[in-house]
Ligand binder design. Structure first.
Ligand SMILES: [Zn+2]
Length: 156
């Protein structure tokens, strides 16, 4: 698996027999990664993910790729099992050592991805603060007259 330049690996299941399952027919072994952007399931070397079923996500890469922003819910199932609902699909990962920790880490990664995005968005969109030169009241960038003292404002 290759990471993007600004992508950070948070968790890696290691070479344990993790089973990925989608629906009843799709079941395959491999390895699960959590990054600050996505969940990635990499099938083990001797299993052809493309041969056994058509990939719905990350097609062409041979991976199952679940972007964090598409994840609607994550829960711990019985035993070492986590369930992820994303983009209207349900994915199951079985044989997860530390399943509870995985669920917590996935939730944390989703929240921090959301807050990073939100912070970047508001910083980028925030207009420069403007004040009336006569009375010092804050004014909107496109105001012509000061709403406090009524004087005509200089052009921004
Ligand atoms: Zn004013």
């Amino acid at each position: 698996m290759e990471l993007d330049p600004d992508e950070v690996l948070i968790m890696d299941s290691g070479r344990l027999p993790i089973t990925y399952q989608e629906g009843k027919l799709r079941s395959i072994n491999g390895r699960l990664y959590l990054t600050n952007k996505r969940l990635v399931f990499e099938p083990s070397r001797f299993q052809s993910i493309v041969g056994s079923f058509q990939l719905s996500t990350g097609s062409g890469t041979g991976y199952v790729e679940i972007p964090l922003e598409s994840i609607e819910s994550v829960e711990k199932g019985f035993m070492a099992h986590i369930k992820v609902r994303a983009g209207g699909r349900e994915y199951s990962f079985k044989g997860m050592r530390g399943a509870g920790r995985w669920v917590a880490s996935i939730e944390e990664a989703i929240h921090s991805a959301e807050s990073t995005e939100g912070a970047a968005r508001s910083a980028g969109e925030r207009p420069a603060m403007r004040y009336c030169p006569y009375c010092g009241s804050p004014v909107n960038p496109d105001d012509i007259y000061c709403s406090n003292c009524g004087r005509k404002l200089p052009k921004a």
